[in-house]
Design a protein around this ligand. Structure first.
Ligand code: NAD
Length: 262
């Protein structure tokens, strides 16, 4: 059971699918109220997001589809409320989304993965890449697996990991999730392998292949609960803040505050 939030707030939920339902359950456990709940039918092109419909909602949480993020954030910004975006697959709209938020003076916190364990994993992978790069002679790859309903391949977390690995590994210039037909892979391209099957909540593994041994670093989500918990904590943190943030900002702030209190 999730502990109660110190300051319960009214929330708006954009998306009522697998993640939206999980977020609602966690939000209610923490004592928050759901002022508005929108799905595809009640919110075409962000039309359901109006000041009247939002009522006393202070923050919205978006788990919809990549193409819905820009209209949803624009409508929420126009209504003066911040949005936590967990939806993936909207990279092409990122600049427009951030501009809408900055111009309105509202808040945005986005993360392709709200699991705190994934945040640790990303930091461990960054450090591993630095060490591997120093030693040399190892070939690194990335593997990710998700349930068969997922729309983006590779997912947003895998893209983030791939970009971070390419930036840190001297031997890799780019990443690719496809294989060149009829020819061997380019050793300077980081291979990203994608699996979609059953109901896998989300697995990411970084493989480090050497001539004599191999290392694997792996993160496995056990359920969607961890993502939902992170998104609700992010909404609590974003209430009353303006600007564009990621989960890193929340954690840095949390660690600094804790350090001060101790
Ligand atoms: P889903 O298909 O189960 O649910 C999507 C929901 O969005 C549906 O209820 C649909 O009606 C609704 N929707 C579509 N367009 C909408 C609109 N314009 N306004 C309001 N609602 C709309 O999908 P899901 O498994 O819940 O995943 C949703 C998104 O979250 C995906 O992009 C997925 O990759 C991402 N995701 C992120 C994390 C994370 O931690 N950041 C974790 C899991 C999933």
């Amino acid at each position: 059971m999730t502990p109660k939030a110190p300051n319960p707030i009214d929330l708006a939920l954009f998306g009522a699918g697998r993640m939206g339902r999980e977020v609602e359950a966690v939000a209610l456990e923490r004592g928050h109220r759901i002022a508005l709940r929108l799905d595809r039918a009640s919110n075409p092109d962000g039309a359901g997001i109006t000041p009247e419909a939002l009522g006393d909602a202070r923050v919205a949480i978006d788990f919809t589809t990549g193409g819905s993020v820009l209209p949803n954030v624009r409508a929420a910004a126009a209504a003066g409320i911040g949005v936590v975006v967990g939806t993936t697959g909207w990279d092409a709209d990122r600049e427009a989304v951030e501009t809408a938020v900055r111009q309105a003076g509202t808040g945005l916190l986005h993360a392709p993965n709200f699991s705190l364990g994934m945040l640790l994993f990303m930091r461990i992978v960054d450090e591993a890449a630095r060490l591997v790069d120093g030693v040399g002679g190892y070939d690194v790859h990335l593997w990710e697996a998700h349930h068969r309903h997922k729309a983006d391949h590779p997912g947003g977390t895998a893209r983030r990991l791939a970009e971070s690995l390419v930036a840190r590994l001297g031997g890799k210039r780019s990443w690719d999730a496809s294989l060149p037909p009829g020819e061997p892979v380019d050793p300077e391209t980081l291979q990203v392998a994608v699996l979609r099957a059953g109901e896998i909540p989300g697995t990411h593994a970084v493989g480090v292949e050497g001539p004599d041994d191999r290392i694997e670093i792996r993160h496995e989500a056990r359920s969607r609960r961890g993502f939902a918990r992170g998104a609700v904590l992010a909404a609590e943190w974003l209430a009353g803040r303006s600007g564009v943030f990621t989960l890193d900002d929340l954690l840095e702030d949390d660690m600094t505050t804790r350090g001060r209190d101790e």
